[in-house]
Design a protein around this ligand. Structure first.
Ligand code: MG
Length: 390
């Protein structure tokens, strides 16, 4: 399929940090995707969670299934907009690689622990994973991905972190956070696909866990419009025994409507701006978007999920324990790096001689904890503290 002139073209890639000969049968973005799928961090996504802790049930989303859903939604939209599907897939599969165990609670706790040492930010950590932490190649650390994939992975950055990146890699992936330019449309699309995916699957997981009810969701317009539509077409779904099917049918319609909305609104925005190249996309306002009505409905759904699900007492209680685990692990490893895995111990010892030795050492500990799965973190905590929290 012919892509639009403002889609990313692997033949025009800004390249890899360590130049490599092209692959025989794959484009550069396909090669990025393959490297991501084979990475250690990608395999661990199956045991990391978003909202629920991994052992709470086998039926909830993990970071792995979430990433696959983002890739699916992103690719559907990319195909329709004639953007580069392979790049969207690579970014989507890598976008959560830097997530700590225990979802946002884990990330907040680790950010607290690192507050005196430059903080912890999961998008930057995803970039660290693909740039430094994966150890698979003889010639370099990391996966040596293309600029465009790395740009999409770093979806947010504080100004300070962007400045640090810019010093190490002038004109690189940190630059747009300093000069206010935009990333490729493929990267913009992954951002929105991420949002669409988690809004839908958090409803699904929330209802199936019993923490939120279908009745509560009637106050959410984005959900309720499609619930009514589904019931009008299939009245038998009213039956309590059909509640699961009603949930799925509603979520499916909601997802489709959001996908069509993004395609329509983005097409309109692109036509108004008429970019002729990726460079032009970078200089314009963000173009991948919801229409105004869908934007409001999506916001209302997010607010609902925040109050009713993410701040549900049961979720908060688990997350408090998760935060305690992360805090105590951090303290234990800083006090005694011997307790960490081999490679990390070696890095902590090497950090001893560094000019900023305590912050370099803390960073090693943060990398170690961030890489853990939920269950490994809980087990490590139990081993070190004798306390079983989760
Ligand atoms: Mg995500």
């Amino acid at each position: 399929m012919m892509l639009v002139c403002y889609a990313c073209d692997p033949a025009q890639s800004r390249g890899r940090r360590y130049p490599q000969a092209p692959a025989l049968t794959r484009t550069e973005y396909q090669r990025d995707r393959d490297r991501i799928v084979h990475s250690t961090a990608f395999r661990r996504l199956v045991y990391k969670t978003q909202v629920f802790v991994n052992h709470e049930g086998d039926l909830f989303r993990t970071r792995l299934t979430h990433s696959l859903e983002v890739a699916q939604l992103g690719r559907s939209v990319a195909r329709s907009l004639r953007l580069n599907e392979d790049l969207v897939e690579a970014i989507a599969l890598a976008h959560d690689l830097g997530h700590t165990p225990f979802g946002h609670a884990g990330q907040d706790a680790l950010n607290d622990c690192m507050s005196a040492f430059g903080g912890f930010e999961h998008n930057l950590q995803s970039l660290r994973v693909v740039d430094h932490l994966e150890e698979r190649y003889p010639q370099f650390d990391g996966l040596n991905l293309t600029f465009e994939t790395r740009e999409g992975i770093l979806k947010h950055s504080s100004r300070l972190n962007a400045q640090t990146l810019e010093l190490k890699e002038p004109g690189g992936v940190g630059q747009r956070f300093l000069d206010g330019t935009q990333p490729s449309l493929e990267a913009q699309l992954c951002n929105l696909a991420d949002e669409i995916a988690y809004n839908a699957h958090d409803i699904d997981d929330g209802v199936r866990s019993g923490l939120i009810t279908l009745e509560q969701l009637e106050e959410v317009a984005l959900f309720d419009d499609f619930r009514r539509e589904a019931l009008a077409e299939y009245p038998h779904l009213q039956d309590a025994a059909q509640a699961r099917r009603l949930l799925y049918e509603t979520t499916r319609r909601m997802l489709s409507a959001q996908v069509y909305d993004v395609i329509t609104a983005t097409t309109t925005a692109v036509q108004a701006t008429a970019p002729t190249s990726v460079a032009a996309v970078r200089q314009s306002a963000p173009l991948v978007q919801f229409g105004p009505a869908m934007r409001l409905k999506s916001q209302a759904l997010k607010t609902f999920l925040l109050h009713q699900l993410y701040h549900h007492p049961q979720v908060l209680q688990t997350m408090n324990q998760a935060q305690q685990i992360v805090h105590e692990l951090f303290r234990a490893y800083v006090a005694d790096p011997q307790e960490m895995g081999e490679g990390f111990l070696a890095r902590a010892e090497a950090a001893r001689g560094a000019p900023n030795s305590s912050s370099a050492r803390a960073r090693v500990v943060a990398d170690y904890i961030a890489g853990m799965t939920d269950r490994f973190a809980a087990r490590e905590h139990e081993r070190l503290s004798g306390l079983k929290l989760l």
